[in-house]
Design a protein around this ligand. Structure first.
Ligand code: NI
Ligand code: MN
Length: 227
């Protein structure tokens, strides 16, 4: 059994093969995540999908406090290094970073990416995380794209983590199609409710999945899904 905790927005914490992996740290600026004990967070790896503020707001601070390896595209890890944190692993779309039994393959995302000051943050991406037990797709911020079929060609996913908030990313209907393309019926939603434009009707979103023989998990922040 593997476990993933929802820390709000696109921020998750996985326990896989005895390692702790955090994605897209955005906790302290998120009022919905105020019950998360930020100072107690531990991580071996921090995965970052792109440079937008709602994905990197806590990155530099959390990297420093956890001493985790920051894994992201080259432009983003260069930015982290420029800010004085050296434990990074820069990569790019299509590449895989291997750390013991864990693998992180960077996938395409159809989105944009820049830092809060407007400077270039490389291309947006997602990750397929492989471990000795489970295989997970963390899509990042993305539109629906047929490139996702390549993920199903290569991996047998146990969980797909997909944005469902609409406006800046896929909505639940497109995410349900994405689940079809990646051939994974167990989906966890991210990137919804945090801001007014991405507030969603939970039961309507979940019904779309149910009608298509799939599960959409919309976890209360601070709770975990075992899979
Ligand atoms: Ni974004
Ligand atoms: Mn975003």
């Amino acid at each position: 059994m593997a476990k993933v905790w929802y820390l709000g927005h696109s921020c998750l914490r996985f326990e896989l093969d005895g390692k702790s992996i955090i994605t897209d740290p955005f906790i302290r600026p998120n009022p919905l995540a105020e019950d998360i004990d930020y100072d107690a967070l531990q991580a071996d790896y921090i995965l970052v999908s792109h440079g937008h503020h709602d994905h990197v707001a806590d990155l530099l601070d959390l990297a420093e406090s956890t001493q985790a390896t920051v894994i992201a595209n080259f432009e983003l890890t260069s930015w982290v290094e420029k800010h004085g944190y050296a434990n990074v692993f820069g990569m790019n779309i299509g590449g895989t970073a291997g750390f013991g039994s864990l693998g992180f393959k960077m996938t395409n995302a159809v989105h944009s990416s820049s830092f809060a000051d407007g400077s270039y943050a490389g291309n947006p991406g997602g990750f397929v995380v492989t471990s000795s037990e489970k295989c997970i797709y963390f899509a990042g911020d993305t539109a629906l794209t047929r490139d996702m079929t390549l993920i199903a060609d290569e991996f047998n996913l146990d969980l797909a983590i997909l944005p469902v908030g609409d406006v800046f990313t896929m909505n639940a209907t497109d995410a349900c199609t994405a689940a079809e393309l990646v051939k994974c019926n167990k989906v966890m939603g991210i990137h919804y409710d945090t801001f007014p434009p991405i507030r969603i009707d939970h039961s309507a979103a979940q019904n779309i999945f149910k009608e298509n023989g799939k599960e959409l998990h919309l976890l209360p922040i601070g709770t975990a899904l075992e899979f």
